[in-house]
Design a binder for this molecule. Structure first.
Ligand code: C2E
Ligand code: MG
Ligand code: MG
Ligand code: MG
Length: 283
């Protein structure tokens, strides 16, 4: 009986596994064609400088409008893209599209120069030719390098410290800034902060959303802010959903914020309208 039971369990387990693998395979097949079929779109979320009270940049966030699956959230398809290597092509598309759009905006729309931030997968960042990819996009689009920011997570550095330093130094020489995204969420050590030429830390949303109710979260946000400033880095907080949280972060001395309280990520036309109205109302 025990054997039977074990076997049944195995079958159920295998079935469940197959289902998700099948689903992932299906998504992969459609994702492969998504770029050529124009199903990918960039949304932009404004970043607010807490000192000047001006919009000083935006993060490009990828959206996939699939005719089959509808709107697939990045947290669903990015991991599949990473597993299959498709992420390289996707990130390249995002990088070029974001630079091209920001070049247009800075030359026709914005009253002060705005920087666009692009998320790069650890897998992509670690490729030996990543710095060349960035240099090519800058050359092709003509965007001023200081108007591009790269967001990478701490996982990008695991086991590749020396190569990472080299790449970061190259980007820094070009004038491109680098932010550590989801800071505090992973398991990595603080060791790299001593050596890496980066410009800012983005505190993970999980420490922000209950910061008004939670002493532990306040302690962590204060400590990260102190650490960052002592290291000459800027501190960005993501996931601000209320005035109350904005006020707490301002008091702590956070430099920049991003969140639904300011604006959700928006398609480019809507971003233009929101940029215009925010630029007036924040003054
Ligand atoms: P992320 O880079 O940490 O992006 C921030 C996420 O928080 C975005 O989710 C954004 O829509 C969401 N967000 C912003 N403000 C708020 C807020 O006030 N409240 C809440 N609840 N959420 C907020 P999104 O767009 O679904 O992206 C999820 C993740 O997918 C990103 O996290 C990033 O890791 C990845 N991703 C998105 N676009 C790209 C891309 O072009 N390339 C790569 N490699 N990854 C991407
Ligand atoms: Mg990000
Ligand atoms: Mg983040
Ligand atoms: Mg993330």
């Amino acid at each position: 009986a025990a054997k039977m039971k074990g076997r049944n369990h195995y079958c159920i387990y295998e079935q469940a596994m197959n289902q998700t693998t099948e689903e992932a395979l299906l998504i992969e097949n459609h994702l492969r064609k998504a770029i050529d079929n124009n199903e990918l779109e960039l949304y932009f979320q404004p970043k607010l400088d807490l000192v000047t009270r001006e919009i000083n940049g935006m993060e490009a966030l990828l959206r996939w409008n699939s005719p089959i699956f509808g709107n697939v959230p990045p947290d669903r398809f990015i991991p599949i893209a990473e597993d299959t290597g498709l992420i390289i092509k996707i990130d390249n598309w995002v990088l070029e599209e974001a630079c091209e759009q920001n070049k247009k905006w800075n030359h026709s729309w914005f009253s002060t120069p705005l920087r666009v931030a692009v998320n790069i997968s650890p897998l992509h960042f670690r490729l030996p030719n990543f710095q060349q990819v960035v240099a090519n996009v800058i050359e092709k689009t003509g965007l001023e390098p200081n108007l591009l920011e790269i967001e990478i997570t701490e996982n990008s550095f695991i086991d590749h410290i020396d190569e990472c330093i080299e790449c970061l130094q190259y980007l820094q020489k070009m004038g491109i800034t680098v932010a550590i995204d989801d800071f505090g969420k992973g398991y990595s050590s603080l060791n790299y902060l001593r050596k890496f030429p980066i410009q800012s830390l983005k505190i993970d949303r999980s420490f922000i959303h209950e910061v008004s109710k939670n002493r532990e979260d306040i302690a962590i946000v204060k400590a990260i802010t102190y650490l960052a400033h002592e290291l000459n880095l800027k501190v960005v907080a993501e996931g601000i959903e209320s005035r109350e949280v904005l006020d707490i972060l301002e008091e702590i001395g956070c430099d920049e914020i991003q969140g639904f309280y300011i604006s959700k990520p928006l398609p480019k036309k809507e971003f233009e309208a929101v940029y215009r109205s925010l630029t007036k109302s924040l003054k």
